[in-house]
Design a protein around this ligand. Structure first.
Ligand SMILES: O=c1ccn([C@@H]2O[C@H](COP(=O)(O)OP(=O)(O)O[C@H]3O[C@H](CO)[C@@H](O)[C@H](O)[C@H]3O)[C@@H](O)[C@H]2O)c(=O)[nH]1
Length: 468
C-alpha cells in the first residue's frame, strides 16, 4: 500500500465557504496528498451540476463524498443560516465517525490522517479530536473577524459587550487595537438578525468557533499576513495562506453552485481597457425591488459599460423587475449574467472597478487583481471588510444610504466617478495586488505558511508527530 497521506476537507454548506475550501483542497492535492472532500448531498448536487461540460477529472487526487444535512424535507430551512448551522452540526456528530471508519477500513486508500474543516463546522473537529485524528480549522473570513470572535469572552468580562451581544459603550464602537478598524454599532458580525433570540444563537456559533480554534492543531486562514498583521498577531498559531485563487491551481473543481456564464469574458474582450464597472454581490445578499431599480438607474446614469451579476434568487423570492425601458436603453453597454467566472472577470484588463457586497472571498479576489472597490456591505463580516477596504487599505470608497436606507442612483453615479478619478486609490490597489502576489511566491509569507502545513501533514504519516 502506498504511503500517501490522506486528509478529509469539510466545508460549511454555503457558497462563500465551499469555494475557498475547494481551492484549498486543490492546493493540498497538488502536493501529492490524497484529499476526500465531504459535502452535504444537497451541495454536492449543485457543484456537480455547475460543472456542466467540465468533466470530473478521474485522475484527480480529490474524491468527493457526501453526508445528509438532516434537512431533506424542509428545503427552505437551508436558506436560514442559523437552522442550517444547527442541522449540519447534528449531521456531523451523527455521520462523520462512521464515514471516517468506513474510509479507513477500505483497502483502496490510506486512512485519514487529518480533518481539515471550516471553523464554523466545529462539530467535525470535535469528532476528529475524539478519534485522535489531527485537526486544522479553516477560516474563510478575515483575521479581523476571527480576532473579534476570539476576544468575545474578554470583551464580555471587561463589560464592553453586554451578555446579549450589544456594545455598551456610548458610541457603540468595539476596538481591538488602534491598528484594526473599530466595529461600529449594528455592524458587529453577530448583529445581523433582527430578533434578539436569533442574535443569541449567533453568539452561540461564535462560542463554537472559539472552541473549534481551541481544539485545532492549525488555524488556516484565507488571508495574507502583511495585509493585516495586527489582527493576525492576536490569533495564536494562525497560518495565513491566502489569497486562495482558483486561477493559481489546476482542475475545474472550484466549488461553484451555479454554472459560470463565460459569454461575459468575450464581451469584456470587446470593451476598452479599464472601462467596465463590475457589479456582483456574492451568493447570499439580496436587494429590495426599490433598491434594485435604483442600482439599475445608477448604472445607466454612468454612461459606461457595466457587467452585472443578477442571481436568480437576488430579489428575495421575486423576479427582478427592471425599470421601464432600461434593458433597451443600456443594450449597447450593459451585460447581465446570472453567475460570472468572477476571478477571470476581476483579472480582465477591461474592468475598472468592482461594486461589491464585500464578502471576504470577493474582497481577497478584487484585492489580488488590483481592482478598486465600491463597497455595499449587506451583513455580518462585510461591514468590517468594507472598513479594511476603505479605511485600512484605502483601495475603495463606500456608498452611503439616504435617510430612507436607500443607496440612490445619484450616490452611485457620484461615487463611481469619484473612484475612477482617484489615482491614490488606484495606486494603493496596485501595491496591495503586489503584496498578495508576492506572499504566494517562494519565500513569501503565505507560501512559507502553506509549506509548513504540508510538511506537518506529511510528518503525520511517518508518525513523527505524536503531539496531536
Ligand atoms: O458571479 C459570481 C459571483 C460570485 N462568485 C464567487 O462566489 C464567491 C462569493 O464569496 P464571497 O464574496 O465571500 O461572498 P458570499 O457568498 O456572500 O460569502 C459568505 O461567506 C464569506 C466567507 O465567510 C463571508 O465573508 C460573507 O460575508 C458571506 O456572505 C467568490 O469566490 C466569488 O468569486 C462567482 O464565482 N461568480
Amino acid at each position: 500500500m502506498s504511503r500517501q497521506p490522506h486528509v478529509l476537507v469539510i466545508p460549511y454548506p454555503a457558497q462563500g465557504h465551499v469555494a475557498p475550501l475547494m481551492k484549498l483542497a486543490t492546493k493540498i492535492a497538488e502536493r501529492a496528498i490524497k484529499v476526500t472532500v465531504v459535502n452535504t448531498q444537497f451541495i454536492h448536487k449543485k457543484i456537480i451540476a455547475s460543472l456542466q461540460e467540465k468533466a470530473e477529472d478521474s485522475s484527480s487526487q480529490i474524491k468527493l463524498v457526501t453526508i445528509p444535512d438532516g434537512l431533506e424535507l424542509q428545503a427552505a430551512d437551508r436558506e436560514d443560516p442559523l437552522k442550517l448551522g444547527e442541522s449540519v452540526a447534528r449531521a456531523m456528530r451523527g455521520c462523520l465517525r462512521d464515514l471516517i471508519e468506513k474510509i479507513n477500513q477500505s483497502n483502496d486508500c490510506e486512512p485519514i490522517r487529518c480533518v481539515i474543516a471550516d471553523v464554523t463546522v466545529g462539530s467535525a473537529l470535535e469528532v476528529a479530536e475524539s478519534m485522535g485524528i489531527a485537526r486544522a480549522a479553516v477560516v474563510p473570513f478575515g483575521p479581523g473577524s476571527l480576532a473579534l470572535s476570539l476576544q468575545f469572552p474578554k470583551l464580555l468580562e471587561a463589560g464592553i459587550i453586554d451578555p446579549n451581544g450589544f456594545a455598551i459603550l456610548n458610541d457603540g464602537l468595539i476596538s481591538l487595537s488602534d491598528e484594526i478598524p473599530a466595529w461600529k454599532r449594528n455592524e458587529y458580525t453577530w448583529s445581523f438578525p433582527d430578533e434578539p433570540s436569533e442574535q443569541k444563537i449567533l453568539l452561540g456559533i461564535i462560542c463554537a468557533v472559539i472552541q473549534a480554534v481551541k481544539i485545532s492543531n492549525w488555524i488556516i486562514n484565507n488571508s495574507v499576513y502583511e495585509l493585516d498583521s495586527p489582527a493576525c498577531d492576536l490569533i495564536p498559531n494562525i497560518l495565513p495562506i491566502g489569497p486562495l485563487l482558483a486561477s493559481n491551481h489546476s482542475g475545474d473543481l472550484d466549488g461553484n453552485f451555479w454554472s459560470e456564464d463565460s459569454s461575459c469574458l468575450s464581451w469584456l474582450d470587446e470593451q476598452a481597457i479599464r472601462s467596465v464597472v463590475y457589479v456582483a454581490f456574492g451568493s447570499v445578499a439580496v436587494l429590495s425591488q426599490q433598491q434594485f431599480a435604483e442600482l439599475a438607474l445608477g448604472l445607466e446614469s454612468l454612461q459606461k459599460p457595466f457587467l452585472w451579476v443578477i442571481r436568480q434568487d437576488f430579489m428575495n423570492g421575486s423576479r427582478a423587475k427592471f425599470p421601464d425601458g432600461f434593458i433597451e436603453r443600456v443594450s449597447n453597454r450593459g451585460k447581465i449574467v446570472e453567475w460570472a467566472p468572477q476571478e477571470k472577470v476581476l483579472g480582465h484588463s477591461s474592468v475598472a472597478c468592482f461594486i461589491s457586497h464585500c464578502g471576504w472571498n470577493s474582497t481577497m479576489e478584487g484585492l489580488s487583481m488590483g481592482v478598486p472597490f465600491l463597497c455595499w456591505p449587506y451583513f455580518s463580516d462585510q461591514y468590517q471588510n468594507r472598513n479594511y477596504i476603505c479605511e485600512a487599505w484605502k483601495i475603495g470608497l463606500q456608498f452611503f444610504a439616504d435617510e430612507n436606507g436607500i443607496i440612490t442612483r445619484q450616490e452611485i453615479q457620484r461615487k463611481v466617478l469619484t473612484l475612477l478619478k482617484n489615482d491614490d486609490i488606484r495606486s494603493n490597489s496596485l501595491k496591495l495586488k503586489e503584496v498578495a502576489r508576492k506572499s504566494l511566491l517562494g519565500g513569501g509569507s503565505s507560501f512559507r505558511n502553506f509549506e509548513s502545513f504540508i510538511s506537518d501533514i506529511k510528518m503525520l504519516i511517518s508518525g513523527c508527530d505524536s503531539t496531536l
